[in-house]
Design a protein around this ligand. Structure first.
Ligand code: IPE
Ligand code: IPE
Ligand code: MG
Length: 246
């Protein structure tokens, strides 16, 4: 008798995929610690896994992938760790720009890019600019992103529009308010995945995830494989979404 049995392959119906999957890419530090490596090695492994998973999402025909890369709270970390994350991001963007013609993925950044270095900010804007003509798959990278910060900015921008006569507070709808968010034009996430065992939202897509399905797993982000993604998709497909109805 087998003492150890492999988990069965998850059955995914690829003709019924969610339109939009969002992932909190968490657990890089613990992944490194378990291997006796510095936390930065975990971030490098996490960045590599992001490439793999994003490419796979495009292959299977997912329309939108949104990933949480750096939060408004992550500046609290040691300066060396923040610099290492920014360095990995720069490396990733340079590669992405180089492969743009092959990948043909539309990329957008959600978050306040102003505290980033001028070089990194330019790379983000360049990536958005070059990739805006691609259709089919869109990857949104949340960078210096916070759900509360996003809502505050939206409220401020709306208030300014009211003050200057471009908007009317009496006629604000959910759809109109959504246009003030970083995610303007992007449908709400259907599925939010958080690896690493933490069961919290950590300021991610607070407005947009109102009716998202959540999937939590103990697997750490650098180990979150295509098979893990299949498990999340299969779990999603087994859910009954009622949106408050019956
Ligand atoms: C996620 O991994 C990456 C970022 C938040 C930038 P962590 O660095 O939070 O990894 P853990 O949670 O400490 O394991
Ligand atoms: C959330 O992870 C942010 C990202 C993955 C970018 P954190 O590791 O920062 O979240 P907490 O501190 O565990 O809530
Ligand atoms: Mg973490």
């Amino acid at each position: 008798m087998a003492l150890w049995k492999k988990k069965p392959e998850a059955e995914v119906d690829f003709s019924r995929l969610p339109r939009h999957v969002a992932i909190i890419m968490d657990g890089n530090g613990r992944w490194a610690k378990r291997r006796g490596l510095p936390r930065t090695a975990g971030h490098a492994a996490g960045a590599e896994n992001f490439r793999t998973i994003a490419t796979y999402c495009k292959e299977i025909g997912l329309e939108y992938l949104t990933v949480y890369a750096f939060s408004t709270e992550n500046w609290k970390r040691p300066v060396e760790e923040v610099s290492a994350i920014m360095g990995l991001l720069k490396k990733y963007l340079l590669e992405a720009i180089g492969r743009m013609e092959r990948d043909r993925v539309k990329m957008r950044f959600f978050g306040d890019l102003s505290p980033l270095s001028a070089e990194l900010r330019e790379l983000c804007l360049e990536t958005e600019e070059i990739s805006k003509r691609y259709e089919g798959c869109q990857v949104n990278i949340c960078l210096n992103y916070g759900g509360r910060d996003e809502l505050l900015r939206a409220a401020r921008a709306f208030a300014l529009d009211c003050q200057e006569g471009r908007a009317d507070p009496g006629h604000l709808t959910e759809a109109a308010f959504g246009q003030y968010l970083y995610s303007a034009g992007v449908p709400d996430p259907d599925l939010v995945i958080r690896p690493s065992g933490e069961v919290r939202i950590s300021n991610f897509l607070l407005w947009q995830s109102a009716y998202a399905e959540f999937y939590f797993t103990d697997v750490l982000w650098p180990d979150f494989s295509k098979e893990e993604l299949h498990r999340a998709l299969a779990a999603y497909q087994g859910r009954s979404r009622r949106f408050g109805g019956v």
